[in-house]
Ligand binder design. Structure first.
Ligand code: NDP
Length: 388
């Protein structure tokens, strides 16, 4: 019998929903690159329901207990005596979502001698110490592509929100005002602006595609260049390094994983390369940016706005400076956990568990670490080692 520890965010403050705003989800067969959506043998949940919070259990209980395994579901993941810590000693599988990450540090991995699979219900496994997983032969897998489009939509929303000054204008309505001049004195059109993405993977490319109809000039930098046909179709300008790209852009969006090459890549020095009044949108990972450098850049006007949904640590403490800095449009980490996304990553988690328990290979594109080395998507997009 295996113990599976599933770390999920808390239920809504008013309780687990009994009804939903909509009755169904659109049917999507394949992702844009042809990859199929998750293909578990079965699911035990209603698509479109809240699966990512504790009572939703990713719809896994019936399946896991049906196999005779134990399922522990908890939101208690941080601090001494957390539920996660209490169960590590005999956990074989730990499942966690990036929105409410169970930080599997080297110390925690050392306390989990039976751990064989660290599964991310979502995308981005930087909350797992990949070096420690490699050393211990733990498999790290995630549900590649499950919420990439969800995030791309959020990025587009945030770019429009910042540039058009949406949130402060909304706040004037809520305050009972009609303060048009206050609303528009920081409001511009995106048409004609230059927007650049650091990384044109699943999310970055989807953002570029979605911004093209806005008649923006599109830029990107990535470790691997996109096919020439894609560059031509979208009219992309390629930059050999992110530092080369920053100064060409009015809007920069970060869409790369957090790993030693990218940690704190946005800092006081690199922010000097941006145009004064640039907008920065980061839905990738909080630690890509130096926290206090962002605050300084907003206060000085070097950045006109910053938005995103990723912080460090998560949950962000009440006094995190990004809650109170000027001209921001932050949300909690929600972009990849819409009800639509939850349906896909709950099914993907089930698919990975079915493979694991039936001794079948996990899809290569879901793998980050396997057999003591970076594997699959991990081998393509991540780097091992500590930050330089
Ligand atoms: P992909 O693996 O499709 O894309 C990642 C891209 O980043 C790849 O094209 C990779 O390049 C590129 N990359 C890696 N290192 C660098 C670097 N040093 N400089 C430039 N480019 C680099 O992943 P997704 O697009 O689906 O997701 C990207 C990230 O977004 C995730 O790792 C995660 O951190 C975050 N995310 C956030 C979510 C949220 O809810 N806010 C949800 C989902 C993801 P190449 O492969 O060419 O080497």
């Amino acid at each position: 019998m295996a113990k599976i520890v599933l770390v999920l965010y808390d239920d809504p403050v008013e309780g687990y929903p009994k009804t939903y705003a909509r009755d169904d989800l659109p049917k999507i067969e394949r992702y844009a690159d042809g990859q199929t959506l998750p293909t578990p043998k079965a699911i035990d949940f209603q698509p479109g329901t809240l699966l990512g919070s504790v009572s939703g259990e990713l719809g896994l209980r019936k399946y896991v207990e049906g196999l005779g395994h134990e399922l522990v579901v908890t939101s208690s993941k941080d601090g001494a005596g957390s539920e996660l810590d209490r169960h590590l000693h005999d956990a074989e599988v730990v499942i966690s979502q990036p929105f409410w990450p169970a930080y599997l540090t080297a110390e925690r991995i050392a306390q989990a001698p039976k751990l064989k699979l660290a599964l991310t219900a979502g995308i981005g496994s930087d909350h797992v110490d990949l070096d420690a997983a490699i050393e211990r032969g733990i498999t790290v897998a995630e549900v590649t592509f499950c919420n990439s489009i969800s995030v791309a939509e959020h990025v587009v929303m945030m770019i429009l929100g910042l540039v058009r000054n949406y949130i402060p204008s909304y706040q004037w309505v809520m305050k009972g005002g009609w303060n048009i001049a206050d609303c528009v004195s920081r409001s511009y059109d995106v048409e004609g602006m230059h927007v650049g993405t650091v990384a044109a993977g699943r999310i970055g490319l989807a953002v570029l595609k979605r911004l093209k109809p806005f008649d923006m000039h599109l830029h990107y930098t990535d470790r691997h260049r996109l096919p020439e046909s894609v560059e031509r179709e979208l009219g992309l300008t390629w930059h050999a390094s992110r530092e080369d790209m920053y100064g060409a852009c009015d809007v920069v969006t970060l869409n790369c994983p957090l790993h030693p090459e990218t940690e704190h890549m946005i800092n006081d020095e690199t922010l000097k390369l941006f145009k004064r009044g640039a907008y920065l949108v980061n839905t990738a990972r909080g630690k890509l940016a130096d926290r206090d450098a962002i605050v300084r850049a907003l206060e000085s006007g070097q950045l006109a706005g910053y938005a995103g949904d990723v912080w460090f640590p998560q949950p962000a403490p009440k006094d995190h400076p990004w809650r109170a800095m000027p001209h921001h449009g932050m949300t909690p980490h929600i972009s990849g956990t819409s009800l639509s996304a939850q349906t896909r990553y709950a099914a993907g988690t089930r698919e990975i568990l079915e493979c694991y328990f039936e001794g079948r290979p996990i899809r290569n594109e879901y793998l980050i670490v396997d057999g003591g080395t970076l594997a699959g998507t991990g081998a393509h997009s991540y780097s091992a080692g500590k930050k330089a």
